[in-house]
Design a protein around this ligand. Sequence first.
Ligand SMILES: C[S@@+](CC[C@H](N)C(=O)[O-])C[C@H]1O[C@@H](n2cnc3c(N)ncnc32)[C@H](O)[C@@H]1O
Length: 248
Amino acid sequence: MNMQIDSQSVAQLPKSQLNLNRFVKISDREDRGDIPRVAWRPLTKNYNLQTWKGIHLDKSPIEIALYPMLLYEIKPKTIIELGALKGGSAIWLADHLDLFGIKGHVYSVDIDISQLQDSARTDSRVKFLEGDCKNISAVLPPEMVATLPHPWLVIEDAHVNLVGVIEYFHCNGLQTGDYLIVEDTNKIMWEEWADWDDKEFLARMERKLHELRTWLETHQNEYLVDAYYQDMYGYNGSKNWNSILKKI
Ligand SMILES: C[S@@+](CC[C@H](N)C(=O)[O-])C[C@H]1O[C@@H](n2cnc3c(N)ncnc32)[C@H](O)[C@@H]1O
């Protein structure tokens, strides 16, 4: 860093530079990331130890830094999370809405909500819904999602039926200004985890980026990568490659 630049200029520099080309079509994005492959094992191997208010939280340190900035900026009135697990991420999201004075609601879907930790299950700020992302319209019916106030933040973190799920929200509610984040599209992170026992899961995760890109190519002018957040820690510097998306 140039030590001649004063701290105020430093704070303004990345934003002003990135704002020139902040929202980028998928065709102008590469499927690569600046964080080296070997970094992903130490960054993610202790997920089982990571908690938010004592509840397991399945996010990398980079997402833990990025999401609050995005939430503060977009001020979502509705957050839809697919994949609740123990409930830690849903409570973490609800806490950030409170912290920032955002009057929003969190809906979190999982095929098995018996996994929720009690302190998450009993938190009235989050509506946990049991259902299968392979049949998303049964758990979040079109007439129900039509009532949810915008802006939305939709987070796909169940890793099932990706194209079906994003197509569903595309056809049922996503509007200009809404955000969609598809988690765990970082290809080299999954290469690093090639020794994972569940080979079917691994193969699904390795396909995610390609499936997302293929879908985005047919919606080039509707969903753009937000390079400000996407590239804050280096090009695609998170476990989510080309998947912090704004509906235009
Ligand atoms: C990676 S975890 C979610 C992590 C959580 N969002 C967090 O950050 O702490 C994925 C979750 O997706 C759920 N899941 C798996 N298959 C599903 C399906 N077909 N429909 C809905 N949820 C599913 C699993 O039960 C699991 O809890």
